[in-house]
Design a binder for this molecule. Structure first.
Ligand code: SAH
Ligand code: SF4
Ligand code: F3S
Length: 445
């Protein structure tokens, strides 16, 4: 057996690809190691959403290149979004890299390794409009040990928001076949996973591209919901204006589908949203959030925001702060704008916001997110909630079980027995910014 180490950067898409590549590699006599120095094959699954993510990848590759000076047999591979975007120019910058594998054809990995063994340098970054479902059938998926199995249902994105590189690194949107998704879900449940999260840049578009069947996200949720056993279902990410009434109604009525929507808003200002090429304004976003909240009690709604988009004025930025309050967003990911190659907004150099202003807005945005997170958590003090326990550990001399509620709140539950993998009923006794404190009900002890 040879050893492989994969460093995964970026989003769940990459994490999911890594699990697939590890599944493939295990069929070719590679076992995973968590110790890069022990590996025969080193791979980095890269992210290019911001310049910083890309720089991080090149810095790691550089370190590995140095190791190779004393270990010439070491094989180094670069995959993921930076690979797709930079293709064979990576060899110029890092000549010690053996192969570059883009995001479109990860199932070429075994073939690539054969060529690398013959001493060739290989770059496979061909774009396709097809999914890799055919090959996916032939290999297992080596999932990270946890309660939650992530299953991608769409690949790529057609939205071309002016700041975003994803359509260039992941290609056009395409849906995976329902039978493959349902099989992957069944395998995960049989293996003991208790939560299935359906994954896509825009999950509400799922199935739009099928020509032979009429099958959308609501159908998929219903089919998953009817699978046997106690488990939870989630889906991310939702594009605001693609959330249909039917989807909200389906999510509300199916018992396994959790009360949780991730609906990135990106900016609270309608003018900025227009420049971002988002297809909604502040009022439309407000209506969607209201509808989801009205139809689904206790729903958690989270968002993403960008601080310092080109041309963003102080007033427009403040509209983002007020949006978080007005829509009572439970949590938001926050990023400072980073210009990305090929994207439209990157050309607006004369409108770039100075770094210090961007950093200051980023911090104010973070403080607002924290404030609202605590506010949102305080609502649940005194309530009874179901928690799926995900881990058990010792902290400051006390044992704690940590898990998630259906609406995706983290709960810390003191107690001496390990309840990992169990659904327990908990009384919420306190709230902090990032988590709730809970106590087991008598019957659960
Ligand atoms: N499909 C999702 C987003 C995927 S990218 C959606 O439409 O919301 C994840 C997040 O990264 C985005 O929501 C955005 O907030 C952030 N992001 C994307 N490009 C960025 C850039 N150039 N600079 C800073 N943040 C960016
Ligand atoms: Fe990027 Fe916009 Fe697509 Fe999300 S919807 S992945 S932000 S282009
Ligand atoms: Fe994800 Fe980063 Fe690519 S966020 S889709 S890994 S650019």
């Amino acid at each position: 057996m040879k050893k492989v180490y994969i460093e995964t950067m970026g989003c769940q898409m990459n994490k999911s690809d890594t699990e697939r590549m590890l599944g493939m590699l295990s069929a070719f006599n590679y076992e995973e190691t968590s110790e890069p120095k022990e590996a025969d094959l080193l791979m980095v699954n890269t992210c290019s959403i911001r310049q910083l993510s890309e720089d991080k990848a090149f810095s790691l590759i550089g370190t590995w290149g140095k190791w190779k000076q004393s270990r010439p047999d070491l094989v180094i591979g670069v995959c993921g979004c930076v690979a797709q975007q930079k293709a064979d120019t990576i060899f110029k910058r890092a000549p010690y890299v053996n192969f570059v594998l883009g995001t479109h054809k990860i199932y070429s990995l075994p073939e690539i390794l054969k060529q690398v063994e013959k001493g060739e340098k290989v770059c496979e970054c061909t774009e396709t409009n097809a999914t890799e479902d055919g090959q996916a059938k032939n290999y297992g998926i080596k999932r990270v040990k946890s309660m939650n199995a992530w299953i991608n249902i769409t690949e790529g994105c057609n939205n071309f928001c002016t700041y975003c590189i994803v359509p260039y690194t992941r290609g056009r949107e395409r849906s995976r076949r329902p039978e493959i998704i349902l099989k992957e879900a069944k395998d995960a449940l049989d293996a003991g996973f208790k939560e299935i999260t359906l994954l896509g840049q825009n999950v509400d578009s799922y199935g739009k591209d099928f020509t032979d069947i009429n099958y959308r996200l609501s159908n998929l949720l219903s089919d998953l919901n009817s699978m046997e056993g106690k488990f939870r279902i989630r889906f991310v990410t939702s594009y605001p204006t693609d959330i249909t009434d039917e989807l909200i109604e389906t999510a509300r009525s199916l018992d396994k589908v959790c009360e949780y929507f991730h609906i990135p808003m990106q900016s609270g200002s309608s003018e900025v949203l227009k420049k971002m090429n988002r297809r909604y304004d502040r009022e439309t976003y407000a209506k969607i959030v209201k509808k989801v909240r009205d139809m689904i009690p206790d729903v958690t709604i989270t968002s993403d925001f960008i601080a310092g988009f080109p041309g963003e004025t102080e007033e427009q930025f403040e509209e983002t702060l007020t949006a978080i309050d007005e829509f009572a967003l439970d949590y938001s990911n926050v990023a400072a704008y980073s210009p990305r190659e090929k994207t439209v907004a990157a050309r607006w150099v004369d409108k770039y916001i100075p770094e210090d202003v961007k950093a200051e807005r980023f911090q104010r945005l973070n403080r607002k997110v924290q404030e609202n997170c605590l506010k949102s958590n305080l609502k649940y003090v005194g309530r009874d909630m179901e928690v799926l326990v995900e881990s058990f550990y010792l902290r400051k001399g006390k044992h704690i079980n940590t898990g998630k509620t259906r609406n995706n709140k983290t709960v810390h539950i003191p107690g001496d027995s390990d309840l990992t993998g169990k659904f327990v009923n908990v009384r919420i006794t306190g709230a902090k910014t990032w988590y709730l404190q809970g106590m087991l009900h008598e019957t659960e002890k």
